[in-house]
Design a protein around this ligand. Structure first.
Ligand SMILES: C[S@@+](CC[C@H](N)C(=O)[O-])C[C@H]1O[C@@H](n2cnc3c(N)ncnc32)[C@H](O)[C@@H]1O
Length: 243
């Protein structure tokens, strides 16, 4: 779909990206922080059954995070521009009656205005300068009192952050920390910084995931540093804004 940000990691290697998603954050630090942000937003945000209400997952890929979101939401809409991934997300969630998948872009969200209680985008499209059209769309679709949360890698901290910052990242994490922070602040977003682990079952999986995320030189240096460990230190930013 024209207008999509190239995402070679999941576009070219969806099976390995699945391994990556399974390895990231076994302690569910991110999920707990998201739940805390929703709670802090107050009762006005919660649906009648104390759920998160109508949740939008922008750039949902093949829908890895949708089943968990569907457990806490009244309804979840996953938006994904890549047809094969949107189809995979549909297949993954086919038994969940509160999930809808729409093919579409962050810049032209295929949902009505003020129809979303919680918008969530994880490592998708919202990578700093350049994502203003998508931010305008978030402001259109999230209702007054609603919440938007954008998750990206924190390239300023942790060993994975160092490798992301060193190499030319394939899906566009910016290198310049202070400029990145200024951008989000100007857009009205605040930040939670989280430390998370990536835990792999074996070293072949770990190496395969590094290969879809980093240039070869960075992979070689990272593997030398990692040795026989199966656990990596990572850091993420949760940028959030209430409307
Ligand atoms: C790195 S993947 C992350 C997928 C998913 N959020 C996850 O965590 O498993 C980035 C996703 O963003 C999608 N994407 C790229 N450009 C986009 C755009 N303009 N609007 C919405 N999604 C986009 C890609 O197709 C890809 O599925």
């Amino acid at each position: 779909m024209t207008g999509a940000t190239p995402s070679p990691n999941i576009w070219d290697s969806p099976e390995i990206y699945e391994i990556e998603n399974r390895a990231v954050d076994p302690d569910r630090v991110i999920e707990a922080a998201l739940a805390e942000l929703v709670l802090e937003s107050g009762q006005g945000l919660l649906g009648a059954d104390s759920s998160w209400g109508r949740v939008l997952d922008v750039g949902c890929g093949n829908g890895f995070h949708l089943p968990r979101l569907a457990e806490v939401a009244e309804h979840v809409t996953g938006v994904e521009p890549r047809a094969s991934l949107a189809a995979a997300a549909m297949h993954r969630t086919r038994h969940l009656n509160n999930v809808t998948i729409r093919q579409g872009l962050a810049q032209e969200l295929p949902v009505p205005s003020a129809s979303v209680d919680v918008a969530h985008a994880r490592l998708a499209y919202f990578f700093g300068p350049g994502c203003e059209p998508g931010l305008e769309e978030l402001a259109r679709v999230v209702r007054g009192g609603g919440l938007a949360v954008v998750l990206d890698h924190d390239a300023s901290r942790s060993e994975l952050g160092r490798w992301f910052a060193d190499g030319l990242l394939v899906d566009g994490v910016p290198r310049d920390g202070p400029a990145h922070e200024r951008f989000w602040a100007l857009q009205g977003f605040s930040r939670r910084q989280l430390d998370v682990r990536w835990q792999f079952e074996n070293s072949a999986d770990l190496a395969a995931v590094l290969r879809i995320e980093f240039p070869l030189e960075t992979v070689q240096r990272a593997l030398a540093e990692i040795g026989d460990r199966l656990e990596l230190e990572a850091a993420v930013n949760l940028w959030f804004r209430r409307y």
